[in-house]
Write a protein that binds this ligand. Structure first.
Ligand SMILES: [Fe+2]
Ligand SMILES: [Fe+2]
Length: 339
């Protein structure tokens, strides 16, 4: 992955209007027909000029010249093309940590797009090399959050409306982190000391359903009610996930707790081990609430999405099965969001 370069000679006002692009971003564009206008900074005249107009086609020589100029750090796109740009910046997520001009909600969009694409890739091909990419992106997110925990609020608002495995994983990742941070930090200001468990817990929330990749897609995506046999197949996903953790050689207890415990319930009515409150890890209790909340508030083939406030209340009322400490944090957060 190439290091982003910033031209030292670029006047400040240009940086507010334009994003500089690097070779990773350029490579994510269609080579001959980039999806947005491209500008070039001409040092000799101290001005930004239009180099490529969207809709036209670049000649082969121009694509080579453009690649060279990107390496020199003189190629830009306009901030007016934000919606097109965020899709592309998501291909090199660490730029989010460097770009001081992006707004919090723009960054939330970028994380959502990037992490959903990564999770999709992982569910299609759940192998180590793809897992490593997921981990890299999730750790970019935790780095971003570690600088300021209140940033989780903008992310937690970015929930996909429709259910699919990748969307659900990202929704659960953001919601799990919200609850975990509220639990750790209370008012977002008290800073826990230990970074490593935070990173690994985040991974666990995103990957809690990793074992679903072993469930045949026709069962996973079925729009009609499941047969008892199919339901039983679905329920093997926690065990499959546990086996995958070993196969991928992931040695994080936080991941194991999320995968193993997110379907266990406080009264012992969950699965796979039917353990009750004292046996369920704290992270598992958080993951269970995040998982159920995200399922309830997304449109599934067999049920319409519930309103987030109603879903939080329903979880609070279900104190036999869910930790009241966690469901109260969720409900309080929803009440604060409505204010
Ligand atoms: Fe699950
Ligand atoms: Fe889940």
């Amino acid at each position: 992955m190439g290091e982003p370069t910033m031209s030292d000679d670029l006047p400040q006002e240009f940086e507010e209007e334009y994003y500089q692009i690097n070779s990773d971003i350029l490579q994510s564009f269609n080579k001959f027909r980039p999806p947005l206008n491209i500008y070039r900074f001409r040092e000799d005249v101290g001005r930004i000029i239009l180099y490529y107009k969207v809709g036209e086609r670049l000649a082969k020589e121009q694509t080579e010249e453009l690649a060279e100029m990107v390496d020199q750090g003189v190629i830009f796109v306009s901030r007016d093309d934000h919606s097109v740009y965020v899709k592309h910046i998501s291909h090199q997520l660490d730029l989010v940590l460097l770009d001081k001009h992006l707004l919090e909600r723009e960054i939330a969009d970028i994380f959502q797009i990037a992490l959903t694409r990564r999770m999709q890739a992982f569910f299609e091909q759940p192998v180590k090399i793809v897992y490593d990419k997921v981990q890299e992106d999730v750790f970019t997110l935790t780095e971003y959050l570690w600088q300021d925990f209140s940033r989780i609020k903008a992310l937690a608002r970015r929930r996909h409306a429709d259910h699919c495995l990748a969307n659900h994983s990202v929704n659960s990742g953001f919601t799990g982190l919200l609850l975990h941070i509220l639990r750790l930090a209370g008012d977002y200001n008290k800073e826990p000391k230990n970074r490593q468990p935070f990173d690994r817990t985040a991974l666990g929330f995103f990957l809690h359903d990793m074992g679903m990749s072993k469930v045949p897609a026709f069962i996973r995506d079925k729009t009609k009610p499941l047969t008892p046999d199919e339901r039983q197949k679905i329920q093997t996903h926690t065990l499959s996930g546990y086996e995958m953790i070993a196969r991928l050689d992931i040695k994080y207890p936080e991941m194991e707790n999320c995968v193993n415990h997110h379907h266990e319930r406080v009264d012992g009515s969950g699965y796979p081990q039917h353990i009750s409150a004292s046996g369920i890890s704290d992270i598992g209790l958080v993951c269970a609430v995040a998982d159920s909340f995200c399922a309830m508030t997304s449109n599934r083939p067999y049920a319409k999405a519930m309103d987030p406030m109603a879903a939080s209340k329903a979880l609070c009322d279900d104190s036999k099965r869910y930790s009241t400490e966690i469901t109260n944090l969720l409900l309080n957060h929803m009440v604060n969001e409505r204010r």
